[in-house]
Ligand binder design. Structure first.
Ligand code: GTP
Ligand code: ZN
Length: 341
């Protein structure tokens, strides 16, 4: 359900996974791959990818990247084609020969040794932003950055507020009321039925600070997590949490992708326009703004037209405040990134 995002500005690595066009002849190997099987990447570990054939969690195959793909990034959630031994029998290894164009991308910020922002999850429909109502206290700065990353990457953001036995959600909810976000509230001692219903049959990526209760939720949602992830990664086992993302199959269909390695999101390439695109009632006015307008309003952007939407009643003041908060979270320094585990 990628509703937003400008796919013409993907990073260099995305370009290569696009289907070839133009006059270059198709690879000679292609007929050989006529029997390739489709699969979804559900795990990644040291040059090996675990793939679910036809998206079936019971048909896991370990694969390597075929040489012809070069260094084409292959990430969790990617739709790939496999050749070779795709039985999934022990000690077999298939080859990934194609990676489909992505419908959404969740990026993390490059670390010090990385020149580029990296896609960590592809094709997820939803970003579950997990935030505890207390212990640790909610950090709206982090939530806002997650929202920006979701809007820009084409994922539907959803707020998942945990530990409702410890604090009342009303105050936090009020801050997000204008965003039309799906919100679910959970607590350890209750079945997360509402959340389960929401994410079944979808691919959801999950993010949140350490200690907010992600593992507690995942164990509730995916009782068989260990079995399904097999050799690739052990998520939900406390301190030994892997730093790479892994997709876990939901019992009634769909996948949840835990992203323990994400400390902050790649927002560097996101423009104010990308964020405004998620706020439909402001889109037309934003086009009348002076070029380069950051849409923050005075004093930063004195010529900004967005206030006009409020004056004319097209938008509520709360929507504009919410939009500008997201715009400044992108512009500002993130002081609320989760610390490494
Ligand atoms: N009171 C209360 N405590 C909870 C709730 N959910 C989780 N906890 C506790 O919060 C602590 C952290 O929960 P985890 O599920 O390990 O949190 P996490 O987000 O997976 O943390 P990392 O593994 O560090 O990323 C544990 O002691 C949980 O028992 C809840 O709804 N209410
Ligand atoms: Zn403007």
């Amino acid at each position: 359900m990628p509703r937003r995002g400008d796919w013409s500005r993907l990073d260099e690595s995305d370009v290569r996974v696009r289907p070839g066009k133009g006059s270059r002849p198709r690879s000679k190997r292609r007929p050989e791959h006529a029997d390739a099987v489709g699969a979804m990447v559900v795990g990644k570990d040291r040059g090996r990818w675990t793939c679910a054939v036809d998206g079936d969690a019971d048909r896991l195959v370990v694969a390597m990247r075929a040489r012809e793909l070069g260094r084409t990034p292959v990430v969790i959630g990617d739709t790939v084609e496999l050749v070779g031994d795709t039985t999934g029998a022990p000690d077999t290894l298939a080859r990934i020969v194609r990676v489909a164009e992505r419908t959404s991308v969740l990026r993390r910020t490059a670390d010090d040794t990385d020149a580029f922002e990296r896609v960590v999850v592809a094709n997820a429909q939803r970003l579950l932003i997990v935030c505890a109502l207390a212990d640790p206290p909610p950090r709206t700065g982090f939530i806002d950055r997650c929202l920006v990353a979701a809007y820009a990457g084409g994922l539907q953001p959803t707020l998942c507020l945990t530990k409702s036995d410890l604090a009342d959600p009303a105050e936090l909810l009020a801050q997000y009321a204008e965003l039309d976000l799906p919100v679910v509230i959970t607590r350890r001692d209750q079945e997360p039925a509402e959340l389960r219903a929401l994410i079944t049959d979808e691919v959801s990526a999950m993010v949140g600070h350490s200690g907010v209760g992600k593992s507690t939720l995942v164990n509730r949602l995916v009782p068989a997590a260990d079995r399904a992830t097999g050799a690739v990664s052990a998520v939900g086992k406390g301190r030994h949490t892997s730093t790479s993302a892994v997709a876990l199959p939901l019992p009634d269909g769909g996948w949840i992708v835990d992203t323990p390695g994400i400390r902050s999101f790649g927002l560097a390439h996101i423009t104010p326009t990308d964020i405004v695109a998620a706020f439909e009632e402001f889109v037309a006015l934003a086009e009348e703004c002076p070029s380069g307008c950051g849409h923050l309003g005075p004093p930063a952007d004195p010529g900004c037209m967005l206030d006009e939407a409020v004056t004319t009643g097209q938008a509520t003041p709360g929507r504009l405040t919410s939009l500008r908060r997201l715009l400044s979270s992108k512009a500002g320094v993130d002081d609320s990134a989760p610390k490494p585990d």
